[in-house]
Design a binder for this molecule. Structure first.
Ligand SMILES: *[C@@H]1O[C@H](CO)[C@@H](O)[C@H](O)[C@H]1NC(C)=O
Ligand SMILES: *[C@@H]1O[C@H](CO)[C@@H](O)[C@H](O)[C@H]1NC(C)=O
Ligand SMILES: *[C@@H]1O[C@H](CO)[C@@H](O)[C@H](O)[C@H]1NC(C)=O
Ligand SMILES: *[C@@H]1O[C@H](CO)[C@@H](O)[C@H](O)[C@H]1NC(C)=O
Length: 789
């Protein structure tokens, strides 16, 4: 036993250190199995060790993979104690690859592998061995199973699953910050030898990164790695088996490492001073310009906020940060004035919005710059001293009084004189005027509060140097009341008193109105103009008064209408009063005081007839009367004329021809030209008749001198008529009258007065005659012609 164990140890000692190939190992005790094979183990030197004991039992053979020899690789030998070496025994192999991959010499029991074996393909083969008697074919040993185990050699290199890895790590990370882990795999047997023991190393990427040899974890290796200097790194990692020893197989991979940004850079203004300019007229809110600081960081680490932190214009300007461009826009906050201040200086600060406390030690994350803003001059319109003016003036001021003065000045440094004018559209009645030099407004017409209480004017101020630069201002003129109107009855009172009224009876309550508008309100007083025995007025002291009877019994037959003058006065200064007359009719009433009938005139007129209608009727009556009087006057005058022959006055015909007469205006219907001077007859212009003109061509022979005998004159006229071809064929009468030299009548025609034809001819020629009658018949008598013969 002891020998056996010593042998085994010896065998182990021989095999392991020398990477020997073993034939096999076994263990056998004679106690258990009296018969059996002796397993032989041969060292590398090929020497076989012989055993004393028989046995037929073994566990496994070992065989190296990847055998590269030209002959068959020897695996081991089967041997039975029964084998006397005479060739009577036969060894038989069966199982995985028996006969093909593994062959056995049936006489000697030597097993060989026929070709190269790859462990990574199949790590062990299970086979059975048998020994039979060649003659009897009876097994001499029981069938036994054994394993051929393939020994690994390092024939696989480590491989990475990815060809390129990408990873990122924040810049400025502390040394040793883990970036990423890469792992390689090795197909070799990890349970045997070092063939699958992988060690990592860095081939490229030093000194920035390192790799842990056992784990493959990549870590940062340099402090303060700055993204702003270099962002991308390419690291090559090698994995080597055999524990990294020489001769090990290796594989590599690439890791692209990106440094991510942290806020480790403050904003920076590129310039120390920025100049901006702005016209003074720019309204509040106008953008003047922008400032921009740069930040080496990216994304939100570069976001910043602008502020005005100091300067002499901090309240005049604002700065707003524009998110998308990261600019600071400076705007006008208060109106600027070149004349007040021309240059402002601002201190503008830009500060990062997202600051990382880890980098406070790098300094403040902000920067400042100086912004100088120049205000530029603009020609500005005049400025009034107030935004509007209110002037109050009493309505009774004299025309030409100055009611107030507006003031304006030119704000420009070259102050121009101002010229004032009134916008005439706001003073259409031209009640006001303005002194163009000094802005004093005065009245040019009287004021009347009762017509217009307000005059809202617009005054224009223009610079004399630049008349287009104008400004307007509103001037409100309020007209203050003066008591210049007397109170009057509020309405027209239609009042009556009953015949059966008793003393002290109320017949009317009266009230009054006044166009004035005194501050303390209106107060009216009522009284009678004179003492009256019939009526009295009782002032109610509330701007009304009652009219009462003073005695019993009125009679409309005695007096049908009373006129009662009532004095109404106000209490303003100066006191204004008026007298209104109340008309009180006397009426019969029933005993309840309801009016039944009033005086005669009232009875005639239908109730409710208006004053207008009454006036119209009156006018008609007057016109009729005038016409009648005119006719009468005419008639009387004609009667006075000495040469009228008979009572059959031709003028009667005028009336009988229905000449209605158009009043004094109608000179055609009532042609007072009948009384004209004969010389005026030639004036035919106003005539409207349509008788052929030949009929009227004056064929007057030259008039006899003033002292010619009248008879001669008449004879001459007679002759004319005899030879007149246009005269009617029947007899006609022509009458001629002569007033004599000293007549004061001259021309009676108002139409002729002052004409050149009235040449002091004292002849008053009348040519009346039946011919007129004929003509009148011919023309219907409407447009009578009365002055032809
Ligand atoms: C890795 O980095 C290299 C060089 O910087 C670049 O050409 C390549 O495209 C990167 N690969 C990946 C997958 O990002
Ligand atoms: C403005 O000028 C007018 C006439 O030149 C003068 O009557 C008036 O008093 C002046 N107004 C003022 C406020 O001086
Ligand atoms: C004028 O202005 C006053 C005050 O603003 C106003 O009460 C009045 O109605 C205005 N009158 C006219 C005619 O515009
Ligand atoms: C008062 O009435 C009487 C009688 O009716 C009349 O004569 C008198 O004139 C009246 N007086 C006045 C002032 O009307």
């Amino acid at each position: 036993m002891i020998i056996q164990q010593v042998l085994l140890l010896l065998l182990l000692w021989m095999c392991l250190p020398h990477s020997c190939y073993a034939e096999m190992l076994f263990r056998r005790t004679t106690d258990h199995q009296p018969k059996g094979f002796v397993a032989r183990v041969s060292g590398s030197d090929g020497k076989a060790l012989h055993r004393q004991k028989r046995g037929w039992m073994w566990n496994q053979f070992f065989l190296l993979e990847e055998y590269t020899g030209s002959d068959y690789q020897y695996v081991g030998k089967l041997h039975s104690d029964q084998d006397k070496g005479d060739g009577s025994l036969k060894y038989i192999l069966s199982g995985d690859g028996a006969g093909t991959l593994f062959i056995i010499d049936e006489k000697t029991g030597d097993i060989h592998a026929t070709r190269r074996i790859d462990r990574e393909e199949k790590a062990f083969y299970t086979l059975r061995a048998q020994a039979i008697n060649r003659r009897t074919l009876r097994p001499v040993e029981p069938e036994s199973e054994f394993v051929i185990k393939i020994h690994d050699i390092n024939d696989n290199e480590p491989t990475f699953p990815e060809e390129i890895y990408t990873a990122s790590v924040p810049e400025m990370s502390v040394v040793g910050t883990s970036v990423v882990q890469v792992t390689a795999t090795d197909a070799d047997d990890p349970s045997y030898g070092n063939s699958a023991r992988v060690i990592y190393s860095i081939l490229q990427g030093q000194p920035y990164f390192s790799v842990e040899p056992e784990t493959g974890i990549i870590r940062t290796a340099l402090p303060n790695m700055n993204r702003e200097n270099r962002e991308q790194y390419q690291v090559v990692i090698q994995a080597k088996d055999m524990g990294g020893q020489m001769g090990g197989l290796s594989g590599t991979t690439t890791v692209n490492i990106t440094l991510t940004d942290v806020n480790d850079n403050p904003p920076r203004f590129p310039q120390n001073t920025i100049h901006l300019r702005i016209p003074e007229s720019s309204p509040v809110g106008t953008a003047i310009g922008s400032v921009k600081a740069t930040d080496a960081d990216t994304g939100k680490n570069a976001e910043m906020e602008y502020r005005i932190v100091d300067g002499d214009g901090t309240d005049m300007f604002d700065i707003v940060t524009q998110k998308d461009t990261q600019e600071g826009i400076i705007t006008v906050r208060k109106p600027l004035d070149y004349e007040t201040r021309r240059l402002y200086t601002l201190k503008v600060e830009a500060e990062n919005t997202h600051v990382d406390p880890r980098f406070y030690y790098l300094g403040p994350f902000k920067d400042t710059t100086i912004v100088k803003i120049s205000v530029e001059d603009v020609d500005e319109p005049p400025v009034f001293s107030r935004s509007s003016y209110l002037f109050e003036v009493h309505e009774d001021i004299e025309v030409g009084t100055i009611i107030g003065t507006v003031m304006a000045r030119d704000p420009d440094s070259a102050s121009s004189p101002i010229r004032f004018s009134l916008d005439r559209h706001t003073d259409l009645d031209r009640i006001f005027n303005i002194h163009s030099g000094n802005g004093s407004i005065y009245t040019s017409k009287p004021l009347d509060r009762e017509i217009s209480q307000w005059h809202n004017l617009s005054v224009i101020a223009a610079e004399i140097n630049n008349p287009k630069d104008i400004t307007r201002v509103s001037v409100y003129v309020r007209i203050l009341d003066v008591n210049d109107n007397a109170p009057q009855f509020a309405v027209f009172y239609d009042t009556f008193v009953c015949e059966n009224a008793r003393a002290g009876q109320l017949i009317q309550t009266i009230s009054a109105v006044d166009k004035d508008d005194p501050l303390g309100g209106q107060k009216f007083f009522f009284s009678l103009a004179a003492v009256n025995p019939n009526f009295t007025v009782q002032d109610n002291e509330d701007n009304t008064a009652r009219i009462l009877t003073r005695r019993n019994g009125f009679s409309r037959h005695e007096i049908s209408t009373y006129f009662l003058p009532v004095v109404i006065s106000d209490n303003d200064y100066p006191i204004q009063s008026s007298t209104g007359t109340l008309t009180i009719r006397v009426c019969t009433c029933d005993n309840r005081g309801n009016m039944q009938s009033c005086n005669a005139e009232a009875l005639l007129l239908p109730a409710g007839l208006s004053t207008g209608a009454l006036i119209a009727i009156l006018l008609c009556i007057i016109i009729l009367l005038v016409i009648v009087v005119l006719f009468a006057a005419l008639k009387r005058q004609r009667k006075k004329e000495p040469l009228i022959l008979s009572k059959e006055d031709i003028r009667d015909n005028i009336v009988s021809y229905n000449d209605e007469g158009g009043g004094e205006e109608d000179t055609q219907a009532f042609d007072i030209g009948t009384l004209r001077n004969p010389a005026a007859i030639e004036d035919k212009k106003l005539r409207r008749d349509i008788i052929p003109e030949t009929l009227f061509i004056p064929r007057r022979t030259p008039s006899a001198p003033n002292n010619t005998d009248v008879r001669d004159f008449i004879n001459q006229r007679l002759k004319e008529h005899d030879i007149d071809p246009s005269a009617p064929p029947y007899d006609s009468l022509a009458t001629y009258a002569y007033e004599g030299n000293d007549s004061i009548a001259e021309s009676l025609s108002s139409l002729e007065s002052g004409t050149t034809e009235g040449d002091q001819n004292y002849e008053y020629l009348r040519e009346w005659g039946p011919r007129f009658n004929k003509l009148a018949e011919m023309y219907g008598g409407g447009e009578s012609d009365k002055d032809t013969s």
